[in-house]
Every structure is written in structure tokens, then in C-alpha cells.
Design a protein around this ligand. Structure first.
Ligand code: HEM
Length: 231
């Protein structure tokens, strides 16, 4: 888990807006209490809902993979533009209210200073810590993006991707196979809807009910899980 979460930093560095020099003390003079306010907002949300850490970690990943860690996943669809938030892989993202609350708290302290992209990156770190994971330093100074297009969420890795497709998706963002393996450990937290993997364990194809490329014990665990859920 330590390696996994440490590599979230690699994710942040690799896919954050290129050209921006991030720094650990970015808000020290302009908004010294921002980090505490964000941690407080995440803690309050977690006290009411223990699913919050998984939600925020996945939100951060989905933000970073499209246009870098620029907060574009937080933008709402407006007029003719359907935003990332409403793209198919993102409709199951949840707990956006946590970032809204953190932003409100930070704005009350120092209006117009801290980017939403930084708030999301910090909240993801705080959420993992609350869930029992390790902490890491989050360099700050990300700029908020203004472009958010649902169509671009097609380039998020899908649940049916094979290892080559996953590797390609990560390498396009400057992430290695080691990063892929470690970051996949983000799934230590949270849950998946059956729809994400059901196709592989039921009526897979004409000759196999279960996808033969799945590890047999993993496949039977999935079958048992789905049977339990559907009765
Ligand atoms: C390697 C490529 C990845 C694929 C194909 C993938 C796919 C998925 C899928 C299909 C779900 C279930 C969504 C649902 O049913 O609602 C999920 C959940 C999740 N993913 Fe990933 N993911 C990947 C990488 C990551 C990374 C890098 C992280 C963070 C470091 C991450 C964090 C999470 C978390 C925390 C959840 C649970 C969300 C919740 O319970 O609300 N994933 N992922």
C-alpha cells in the first residue's frame, strides 16, 4: 500500500499540467491554512460516509488522466458542452460535494487563491490517510483547466482492457508498467458495480461461460460475489 500511494505522487507529477512548477510551499504566504481547511472538510465527510475516500481517490485519478490534474472533472456541463463529469466512465463518480465544501471553506479564508485542482489533489491524499493508508507530500500550484469534454473520457482505461491496452494508456501519460501495477492498488479502496466485470463471468462467448484469460480462483470469487448479490 505504501508503494501504491507513494506512486500516486508519480501520477500527479506525470500528468499534471506540463510547464507549471509545483512546490510544497506554494500557498505558505497566500493561504497558509488551506491544507487544514481541506483536511477538515474531508474528515467531516468521512465521519458521515466511509465511502468518501474511495470516491475522492478515483475522482483524482480520472481528473489527472484527462488533460492532466487540472480539476476539469469537477466542471459541470453547460449549454451544448457535455463535461467530463457526464462522460460514461464518470457517471459513477460520487462525493463531489466534499470538494465543493472544501472549496467553500478555503474561499472563506482566502478568496480566489487556491485552485480546485490542488484542492482535489490534497483531498485525495487526506482521504487515503483517513482510510488507513499512508500520507505523502502534495506539491501545489496546479492551474484549473477551463476545458472539460465528455468525449475525452473515452481515453480513460476501461474495465475490459487487457494488459497491453492498460500499458499503452499509462505510457501515453508518461507512466511505466511499475506505476500501472502500483497505482492499480488504488483498488484497495472502494467497490465496483457488477456491470464492470459481469460480461467476463457469464455468457462470455460461444465456447466459454467465463473468460478463460481470468485467473480461475479470481473468476470463481467473482461468480460467488455476483450470485450473492443477485440471490
Ligand atoms: C489501471 C486502470 C484502471 C481501470 C481499468 C480502472 C477501472 C475501475 C472500475 C471499472 C471501477 C469500478 C467503477 C464502478 O463500478 O463504479 C473502479 C473503481 C475504482 N478505482 Fe479504478 N481503474 C483503474 C485505475 C485506477 C487508479 C490508478 C486508481 C487510483 C490510484 C483507481 C481508483 C479506484 C477506486 C478508489 C475505485 C473505487 C471507487 C468507489 O468505490 O467509489 N483506479 N476502477
Amino acid at each position: 500500500m505504501a508503494v501504491v500511494v507513494a506512486l500516486v505522487c508519480a501520477l500527479i507529477f506525470s500528468v499534471s499540467s506540463l510547464g507549471n512548477a509545483l512546490s510544497s510551499n506554494y500557498y505558505d504566504k497566500t493561504c497558509p491554512n488551506a491544507e487544514a481547511a481541506i483536511a477538515d472538510a474531508v474528515e467531516k465527510a468521512f465521519a458521515n460516509d466511509n465511502k468518501v475516500p474511495a470516491a475522492i481517490l478515483r475522482m483524482h485519478f480520472h481528473d489527472c488522466f484527462i488533460r492532466g490534474c487540472d480539476g476539469s472533472v469537477l466542471l459541470k456541463s453547460v449549454g451544448q458542452n457535455t463535461a467530463e463529469k457526464d462522460g460514461p466512465p464518470n457517471v459513477s463518480l460520487h462525493a463531489f460535494y466534499v470538494i465543493d465544501n472544501a472549496k467553500k471553506a478555503v474561499e472563506a479564508l482566502c478568496p480566489g487563491v487556491v485552485s480546485c485542482a490542488d484542492i482535489l489533489a490534497l483531498a485525495a491524499r487526506d482521504a487515503v490517510v483517513l482510510a488507513g493508508g499512508p500520507t505523502w507530500n502534495v506539491p501545489k500550484g496546479r492551474k484549473d483547466g477551463r476545458v472539460s469534454k465528455a468525449i475525452e473520457t473515452r481515453s480513460l482505461p476501461g474495465p475490459a482492457f487487457n494488459i497491453l491496452q492498460l500499458q499503452q494508456s499509462f505510457s501515453q501519460r508518461g507512466l511505466s508498467m511499475e506505476d500501472l501495477v502500483a497505482l492499480s492498488g488504488g483498488h484497495t479502496l472502494g467497490f465496483s458495480h457488477c456491470s464492470s466485470f459481469e460480461k467476463r463471468i457469464r455468457n462470455f462467448n460461444a465456447t466459454h461461460d467465463i473468460d478463460p484469460t481470468m485467473h480461475p480462483s479470481f473468476a470463481s470469487a467473482c461468480v460467488a460475489f455476483v450470485q450473492q448479490r443477485t440471490g
